[in-house]
Write a protein that binds this ligand. Structure first.
Ligand code: H79
Length: 425
């Protein structure tokens, strides 16, 4: 008996030595944002992402174009010509507000290492450009004035800092003498500056940790949370388990247990590109309703121009989205995804006892949905007109007369005799 016990102990010892020990004892679950903060963020559902920096002078992609096609020497000196005289933070915040966006996330540092805030950790920052204004501060203040929550995008990888493991082009070239401990100190101090000088922030949006690694990522997130306990942190710090939300990029996320936010460009490039293809209003709205129908947030990106303006046609598209949200926002803000899974017919959102069916294909005469365990007590069409709704044991059939179908989204409202969240059988 004693030899079996001893054998078990030896086996356990060997196992823990190899695989890092009992998870619960040695790796306590990473702390997360408080549930109320997460819910507030989810209720907002729609935010503005902004990618901006001296690279807008070239019109090529931020970070990625350093070294190829723009020579490193040239890229790193662009800030000496960066003088966006038409920059007006209140105008940007106003455009976000007009679009119906509730929060903004701004690139304080992309992979190219250039800092768009007044950091004491490097001279490679916007205060050393001819513009010499703390655009991050101006934006944070403008957002606060206009009731928009402000957050920062801060790239974990930094292809300009010689202490980081990799450099350009495309972050693939190993640096000759990296010192990741010093780099960790650098980014930790910057994150502290961001929260102390520009906070409270709605989110710290990290990106591309490369070999920053899980332990450093976990430490960085812990520091962020210690500085501001109600901040949200995305899943790209290096330690995905410390994240509050996932970040599908340039695609619509799927319904899942973990909270998520799709980030997507309004054109094709993150940073401004002349004559870039602009997504249609239909594409933008379909993306938004499909994201919310999958219970996600949408962070829609604009890349402002080198003169400091958001391109007028992009601003106009955003205002169109805002006009739609002004009319139909009740089906988006504070709404959750489902209960029906997305289909070719469209997608559903819900709130308490109400389901909003977003019918996205106007060619369909009848939309067939699976049965639910609640009774539909009434129906209406938020976008105008009427719908015939037939509920039986085998499912629900919805039809909207052709004249009441909208090109982009016909929203049918179903009122139930109980909560919509768990209505699906
Ligand atoms: O900041 C934005 C992107 O620059 C950043 N994440 C968003 C929010 C990002 N960094 N890495 N990636 C995204 C993934 C890599 C994309 C690439 Fe490519 C595809 C690298 C090479 C091919 C796009 C096309 C960028 C360079 C060429």
């Amino acid at each position: 008996m004693r030899s079996i016990a001893a054998f078990t102990i030896v086996c356990c010892f060997a196992y823990f030595a190899l695989f890092g020990g009992p998870a619960a004892a040695e790796n306590p679950p990473a702390s997360k944002a408080p549930p109320e903060a997460l819910k507030k963020w989810q209720d907002m559902r729609f935010g503005m992402f902004i990618h901006w920096g001296p690279v807008s002078l070239k019109g090529t992609e931020i970070g990625w174009s350093r070294g190829r096609p723009i020579p490193i020497e040239e890229y790193d000196n662009l800030y000496k010509q960066f003088n966006p005289e038409k920059f007006d933070a209140d105008r940007w915040a106003q455009i976000a507000k007009d679009a119906g966006m509730k929060y903004m996330v701004f690139t304080t540092k992309h992979h190219d290492g250039f800092c768009m805030f007044d950091t004491k950790q490097t001279d490679f920052n916007v205060m050393k450009s001819p513009f010499s204004r703390d655009v991050t501060k101006e934006l944070a203040d403008a957002c606060r004035r206009q009731g928009i929550k402000f957050g920062t995008y801060h790239s974990v990888c930094d292809w300009h800092n010689p202490n980081f493991s990799f450099g350009s082009p495309h972050g693939k070239v190993p640096n000759p003498n990296p010192d990741m401990d010093r780099y960790e100190e650098y980014i930790t101090k910057q994150v502290e500056e961001l929260i102390r000088n520009y906070g409270p922030l709605v989110t710290m949006w990290f990106d591309v940790p490369q070999d920053f690694g899980r332990p450093r990522g976990a430490k960085l997130v812990a520091k962020v949370r210690a500085l501001q306990p109600d901040i949200l942190v995305n899943n790209r710090s290096g330690e995905p388990d410390a994240a509050d939300y996932e970040t599908p990029e340039q695609r619509i996320g799927e319904m899942q247990k973990k909270p998520w936010e799709t980030c997507m460009t309004i054109c094709t490039q993150w940073a401004w590109k002349p004559d870039d293809h602009l997504k249609s209003l239909k594409e933008c709205l379909h993306t938004l309703v499909k994201v919310v129908g999958g219970d996600g947030n949408l962070l829609l990106n604009v890349g402002p121009m080198p003169d400091g303006r958001i391109e007028p046609r992009q601003a106009e598209r955003l205002r169109e989205i805002g006009r739609w949200l002004e009319q139909y926002g009740e089906s988006i803000y504070g709404a959750r995804g489902g209960p029906f899974p997305r289909g070719d017919w469209g997608t559903a959102t819900h709130k308490e006892n109400t389901i909003y069916l977003h019918l996205l294909d106007p060619s369909l005469d009848v939309v067939k949905l699976p049965p639910i365990k609640r009774k539909i007590v009434s129906s209406s069409v938020l976008t105008g007109g009427s719908a015939a709704v037939d509920q039986t044991d085998s499912g629900i059939e919805v039809s909207v007369p052709k004249s009441d179908r909208r090109e982009i989204d016909t929203i049918v409202v179903l009122k139930l005799d109980g909560p919509a969240a768990d209505a699906l059988e």
